[in-house]
Ligand binder design. Structure first.
Ligand code: CTP
Ligand code: ZN
Length: 160
């Protein structure tokens, strides 16, 4: 049997592997997680690698970092079928799929400049209702503005 050529990347000891990311989306995900490499974390990014389920996929391996619930929500916005693997001492101790909640608070900003969530001094937290998963559509609960998949990456409120 002839072996397929593969891109081998070492396993990690402790941390998080984000698997089954749509091909080409890994950089957007690192960006919305606020990870740029300057934190000193050891990170492997695989792009356009073979996948049994997706044809091609991206994978991100982050050593020494766990993800917060907000992190998981932004990943779900960009990679609705991503699998999160928690690694401890080289073993996968937890594996789950991300899921999009019906209401997403805080992580997105509203593109409408007159929306109350963009008023200085008001400190209103954003709330978007999930209208549709495919294609992705979310609606601001305050002003009704609808945002779609192509706008999501640039509307993620960066914490870093
Ligand atoms: N992984 C890693 N370091 C480890 C353990 C696993 O980087 N110490 C990575 C694997 O390379 C893989 C992902 O974490 O990309 C999930 O590992 P595993 O559950 O062993 O792989 P699969 O069974 O192929 O996962 P799935 O069924 O979710 O596709
Ligand atoms: Zn709004």
């Amino acid at each position: 049997m002839i072996e397929e050529p593969t891109l081998t990347v070492s396993k990690i000891r402790n941390g998080t592997v984000i698997d089954h990311i749509p091909a080409g989306k890994a950089m957007d995900i690192l960006n919305v997680l606020g990870i740029d490499g300057k934190e000193g974390l050891r990170i492997a990014v695989l792009m356009n690698v073979e996948s049994k389920k997706l044809g091609r996929k991206d994978i991100i391996k982050i050593e020494g970092r766990r993800l917060s619930p907000d992190d998981l929500n932004v990943i779900a916005l960009l990679a609705p079928n991503a699998t999160i693997n928690i690694i401890e001492d080289f073993a996968v101790i937890e594996k789950y799929k991300v899921s999009l909640p019906n209401v997403i608070t805080d992580v997105l900003r509203c593109p409408n400049p007159t929306c109350i969530t963009n008023k200085k001094g008001e400190h209103v937290r954003t709330r978007f209702k999930l209208l549709s998963k495919e294609p992705l559509k979310l609606q601001c609960e305050y002003c009704g503005t609808v945002i779609s998949e192509s706008e999501v990456a640039k509307l993620v409120a960066r914490k870093h």
